[in-house]
Design a protein around this ligand. Structure first.
Ligand code: ADP
Ligand code: MG
Length: 456
């Protein structure tokens, strides 16, 4: 169960034990009214209902106690800052990415979900609370042959952004509660880098960034995320473009303006409506290199609400330049952050043998009815390179053309990394990694419970 900032995903994963798996999945946009509500139970009730529907659709057999008496373990990917002192519990510290449900803050989100699941008498136990970036590492690592380089970083560029990396226990100075296995000498750290440099001592800050921050639900917080992640880039574009439209000296979309002066337009266009523009317009703009920018002009109509006959080629060119600046800045900042963590983890000096494996998507999905299978592909295996393996997930990095290219341009100029270091960094999309990884961690957690209960 993967609760992202925009989407909610339910999937069942069948691990074949040989770095391949099959997955059935469903995806849905989270209804806005559940993101900002006083009644916190509504969100978890909704999640439990999605699980119920999923089981009825794909695994009705699991709901028949006499033919299937087992309990299914569920991993909850919850992409918000939590205080986690056990694998199956976590206290929400604060909301980010547009959520605001005050009565859930300070509560154990696993217990809240379990309660709603139990109310529906579903044969499910929440055995793991998973950070989406950590889940991404797990799913990528699962698809790699055992002998290959270990995936040491998981990064999300979706609605929000975060990074989890593997750190030596000896470098962790913060006191840690709870029991953990120290035999590996390592632990995953969630950097929560979305709130990097909230004081803005190094991040760029234009008047448009300041305006976006002011109207957000969490002014002064998540300042890195507000310059890098999907939830904010469309709004940033809207703020800039609406100012250029209303400023008579710039006069962007002049045909639309004179059309409006002639006719009273009762409906406020998306151009002037906060948070109404999806970041996918950035990807469309970056990809459209035609002379007349026809695809982008259609997207401007869809996203900004300006009829495409009223959008001139010059208007579209201006929008393209702005989206490019926003997207490239986001990617370069992302590269800077990745480079910083690579340096901090000191892995550049200790990388061992590498193998390149990657997932091949067989069939895509978009609704409840479709199923995809994913298999590991070993065709690219080369055992002689020294690499740092980074698993990434999220629609922004998946769909924005050149995101990785611009990231790499920034990584290359970081002192201590340079071109040779940048070449050692492998960035690989772990498609739906945050959801699949949750299932892998749920399985491991449930096996741990079985081992510890059989040994007592
Ligand atoms: P979640 O964060 O809920 O796990 P995703 O990883 O799908 O979900 O990310 C959703 C975010 O990505 C939204 O903010 C959306 O605006 C943005 N997004 C979706 N499609 C694209 C695209 N084609 N290009 C750029 N951004 C996109
Ligand atoms: Mg996600």
């Amino acid at each position: 169960m993967d609760l992202g900032g925009t989407n909610i995903r339910v999937c069942s994963v069948d691990l074949h034990g040989d770095s391949t798996y099959n997955v059935k999945k469903s995806k849905m946009t989270i209804p806005r009214k559940l993101m900002v509500t006083r009644a916190g139970h509504e969100l978890f009730s909704f999640i439990a209902e999605r699980v119920d529907t999923f089981l009825k659709t794909y695994h009705p057999i699991f709901l028949n106690k006499s033919s299937y008496p087992q309990i299914i373990s569920l991993g909850l990917t919850f992409s918000y800052p939590v205080y986690q002192s056990a694998v199956n519990s976590g206290i929400l510290l604060r909301w980010t990415k547009g959520f605001d449900i005050p009565d859930i803050v300070g509560q154990d989100v696993c217990r809240l979900l379990q309660r709603e699941i139990d109310l529906r008498h579903l044969p499910i136990k929440v055995t793991a609370l998973v950070n989406d970036a950590a889940g991404t590492i797990m799913s990528r690592a699962y698809t790699l042959p055992v002998s290959s380089t270990r995936t040491s970083m998981g990064v999300i560029f979706g609605t929000g952004t975060n990074c989890v990396y593997l750190e030596k226990l000896s470098n962790i100075v913060k006191p840690m509660e709870g029991s953990y296995d120290s035999s590996t000498g390592e632990m995953f750290i969630s950097t929560e880098w979305g709130s990097f440099d909230n004081q803005l001592s190094v991040l760029p800050n234009t008047k448009f960034d300041a305006k976006l921050d002011k109207v957000s639900l969490n002014p002064g917080d998540q300042m890195f995320e507000k310059r890098v992640a999907g939830m904010f880039l469309g709004e940033l574009l809207r703020i800039i473009v609406s100012e250029m439209h209303t400023d008579p000296e710039i006069n962007l979309f002049p045909a639309y303006r004179s059309n409006n002066e002639r006719k009273i337009n009762k409906n406020q266009p998306a151009l002037l409506t906060r948070w109404s523009v999806d970041s996918s317009i950035l990807s469309v703009a970056e990809a459209d290199s035609s002379d007349r920018l026809g695809i982008l002009r259609a997207k401007i109509e869809e996203e900004l609400g300006i009829p495409s006959p009223l959008v001139s080629v010059e208007d579209a060119q201006a929008v393209k330049m702005i989206t490019h600046a926003i997207g490239k800045r986001a990617a370069r900042l992302a590269g800077m952050a990745v480079g910083a963590v690579v340096l901090k983890s000191q892995r550049l000096h200790e990388v061992k043998v590498s193998t390149e494996g990657y997932c091949e998507k067989l069939v895509d999905d978009s609704d409840l009815k479709t199923t995809i299978g994913i298999k590991a592909d070993r065709s690219g295996i080369s055992a002689d390179q020294h690499t740092i393996d980074i698993a990434v997930d999220g629609s922004l990095i998946e769909f924005y053309p050149n995101f990785e290219k611009y990231m790499r341009q920034a990584i290359r100029v970081i002192e201590g990394i340079g071109v040779p270091g940048e070449e050692k960094i492998h960035i690989r999309i772990a498609k739906d990694g945050s959801s699949v990884g949750a299932a892998i961690i749920a399985l491991l957690a449930s096996q741990q419970v079985m081992v510890s209960s059989s040994s007592t």
